[in-house]
Design a protein around this ligand. Structure first.
Ligand code: UFG
Length: 342
């Protein structure tokens, strides 16, 4: 019997791609989502790729009565990957109570339920936002870099959740935790059956780029071209969502089969910094589509440059994000075309 992995936030962007990779790797899954920021159709997209419907429970993880039913129906859960959380940096500034309530309580409920399981392995969705603006000379940034004062309630919720997990890991002997610090996930499954589905005007770069290319937005604003970087625009580490998904499989494999530490952190990035302008020009080159853009003022709160030292994930997890940016951006464009019937 395959080991069962619980995936919260199963119909979200990273959750859906991770389910596909877990099933490809031979795991059984159970997905949980309350569709507060996703669509039921994602379940059909996943089924279209893997050839069957996944076991799924509609539940709000911050509601213990709803969430605990998942464990009653699926008592064989051996590991959990926790994606369910609010994730909009800007929105979190005006809604700290909602962010802390949702992001902290759903994780606490998960730990409370998992610690009763004989095998309590938790993978937590964290973010490179915990590093803030890296110090001069700290790039590429490694897991040993100190974390900094968070610039948003969203970022702080990730820091607090990591701290909570550390304490829980110390207290409960059967608990093993892996915190995965994502850099900037982009792209869509090559089948174009699942991808990113932002609600309203996209806040993130790539969905804004693809929506502009599709004619939904007039032009892309590139926020700031006077930064201290080679072309003046901000630098990020853009990682393909399918590569990112595979890292979750590697993390679960490690916790289930290796004598790993009880609390481990991994950076998940490519190790390459790419500027906003480089990404935009690559998109234009590989798709051949016109992309109107203009330089606009800096966006408040933006980090100037950050990219990962992913050596630990490369060596310890035996995982590497190596899909070329051309291919990743094409996958994002194919997905946009599919959902817009272009
Ligand atoms: N950008 C633009 N125009 C846009 C959107 C974004 O120029 O319309 C620029 C931003 O200024 C930034 C870069 O593109 O320089 C990337 O911006 P994103 O919003 O796509 O990503 P961020 O790096 O700001 O944020 C992401 C995630 C967060 C996470 C953070 C960690 O969205 O959840 O990475 O650094 F916390």
């Amino acid at each position: 019997m395959a080991d069962r992995v619980l995936v919260t936030g199963a119909t979200g962007y990273i959750g859906s791609h991770t389910i596909v990779e877990l099933v490809n790797a031979g795991y059984e899954v159970v997905g949980v989502d309350d569709f507060s920021n996703s669509s039921r159709d994602v379940l059909d997209g996943i089924a279209g790729i893997i050839g069957r419907k996944i076991p799924f429970v509609e539940a709000d993880c911050s509601d213990m009565a709803q969430f605990s039913k998942v464990f009653e129906s699926y008592p064989d859960i051996r590991a959990a990957i926790h994606f369910a959380a609010y994730k909009a940096v800007g929105e979190s500034v005006g809604k700290p109570v909602e962010y802390f309530k949702n992001n902290l309580s759903s994780l606490l409920n998960l730990v409370d339920l998992m610690r009763r399981q004989p095998s309590a392995n938790i993978v937590f969705s964290s973010s490179c936002t915990v590093y803030g603006e890296p110090d001069e000379g700290a790039l590429p940034i490694s897991e040993t870099a100190r974390t900094k004062e968070a610039t948003s309630p969203y970022g702080r919720s990730k820091q607090i959740c990591e701290d909570m997990l550390k304490d829980c890991g110390r207290a409960y002997e059967n608990l093993k935790i892996t915190a995965l610090r994502y850099f900037n996930p982009i792209g869509a499954h090559p089948s174009a059956k699942i991808g990113e589905l932002p609600r309203g005007v996209p806040q993130n770069l790539v969905p804004f780029v693809t929506q502009t290319a599709a004619g939904l937005r007039k032009e892309l604003s590139i926020f700031g071209n006077d930064y201290d970087t080679p072309d003046g625009t901000c630098i990020r580490d853009y990682i393909y969502v399918c590569d990112l998904a595979k890292a979750h499989v590697a993390a679960v494999n490690r916790m289930l089969t290796q004598d790993s530490e009880r609390y481990e952190i991994f950076n998940l990035g490519t190790g390459n910094g790419v500027s906003v302008l480089e990404l935009v020009n690559t998109f234009i080159k590989v798709t051949g589509v016109a992309l109107p853009y203009r330089f606009a003022p800096r966006r408040a709160g933006d980090i100037v440059k950050v990219w990962a030292d992913a050596t630990k994930a490369n060596t310890v997890l035996g995982w590497k994000a190596d899909t070329p940016l051309d291919e990743v951006l094409l996958s994002a464009w194919n997905w946009e075309k599919k959902i817009r019937n272009l």
